[in-house]
Design a protein around this ligand. Structure first.
Ligand code: NDP
Length: 282
């Protein structure tokens, strides 16, 4: 079997078009949704990410602010900036680009964002809401993965989902969303012995590790749906995921490519969260 591709670019485009329609409706009522992206320092990858996020906002007609600061910015100044944005009625979503410089406590900064504007879904209030099944912002990457499953008609109910990785921004919220969708969920991590013994039982595998070729064809059940969150570089500098794509696509039923899979969906879901924040504020 050769797996079908889950085209993240195409689905993200569709979602952006839907967002643009809702943005236009809010804007017509004088309530244009707004996102503030805070960047501290000059990490090259972060600069690219924030540029994309601001361009995405413009593409759907949202207001956006790129709030850049030198790496020497103090934690107190950054917290004050976040508080000011919490109070700014033209801003409905606040995103602090990570990683922050080492002298700044990221948890403290994220914890200062109003939960009503936490469009990245990283605040403990958002994580807690997800855990107990209350409404709140979902972390954009797992949210995008769930949208992909929905798009291909893969209902997690009754399925065994294996999530590889347990970070607060991907692995754990991914597992919670799958659990909410009534999957039986196994979370694997660096201390999991014999990873393949778990993944071979999975109807859905989500790889969110950050290591090339860590999921190979012999570790995948025939017909499984494979979502590759990982972002790594090959020796030639090209982007790749955690999954041995060429091998696994011969075993899986559906697979996400890297690039063009989860990445564009993460960006699209940030727009969805910002729009939701603006609609709630309205
Ligand atoms: P983290 O480094 O925070 O987490 C990685 C997880 O992988 C950890 O839980 C770790 O386990 C686990 N792990 C490490 N080695 C193994 C192993 N050999 N077997 C099983 N599990 C292992 O990364 P993130 O969650 O932030 O990101 C994961 C990947 O996804 C990265 O490549 C990142 O770049 C990418 N990413 C992509 C996004 C997108 O939009 N496409 C968005 C966000 C991230 P332990 O907890 O035990 O250390």
């Amino acid at each position: 079997m050769t797996a079908q591709l889950i085209d993240g670019n195409a689905l993200a485009k569709q979602i952006r078009a839907e967002v643009a329609t809702r943005v236009a409706a809010l804007t017509a009522q004088g309530r244009k949704p707004g996102l503030a992206v805070i960047l501290v320092g000059d990490d090259p990858a972060s600069q690219v990410y924030v540029k994309h996020k601001v361009a995405d906002c413009e593409g759907v007609g949202m207001h956006s602010v790129l709030d850049r600061h030198p790496a020497t910015m103090s934690e107190a100044d950054l917290l004050a900036r976040v508080r000011a944005l919490n109070e700014d009625p033209s801003i409905h979503g606040i995103l602090v680009q990570l990683p922050l410089p080492k002298h700044i406590d990221s948890a403290k900064v994220i914890g200062t964002i109003s939960p009503l504007k936490d469009v990245d879904g990283f605040h403990v209030a958002s994580a807690g809401a997800l855990l107990i099944g209350q409404p709140g912002f979902k972390s954009c990457t797992p949210y995008g993965c769930m949208k992909m499953l929905e798009h291909i008609g893969c209902n997690p109910r009754g399925k065994h989902a294996v999530v590889i990785g347990r970070s607060n921004i991907v692995g754990k919220p991914m597992a919670m969303l799958l659990l909410q969708a009534h999957a039986t969920v196994t979370i694997c991590h660096s201390a999991t012995p014999d990873l393949g013994a778990f993944t071979r039982q999975a109807d859905i595998v989500v790889a969110a590790v950050g290591k090339r070729n860590m999921l190979t064809a012999d570790m995948v059940k025939p017909g499984a749906v494979v979502i590759d969150v990982g972002m790594n570089r090959k020796d030639d500098g090209k982007l790749c995921g955690d999954v041995d794509f060429d091998g696994v696509r011969e075993v899986a039923s559906w697979i996400t490519p890297v690039p063009g899979g989860v990445g564009p969906m993460t960006r699209a879901m940030l727009l969805v969260n910002t729009l939701d924040a603006a609609e709630r504020a309205a």
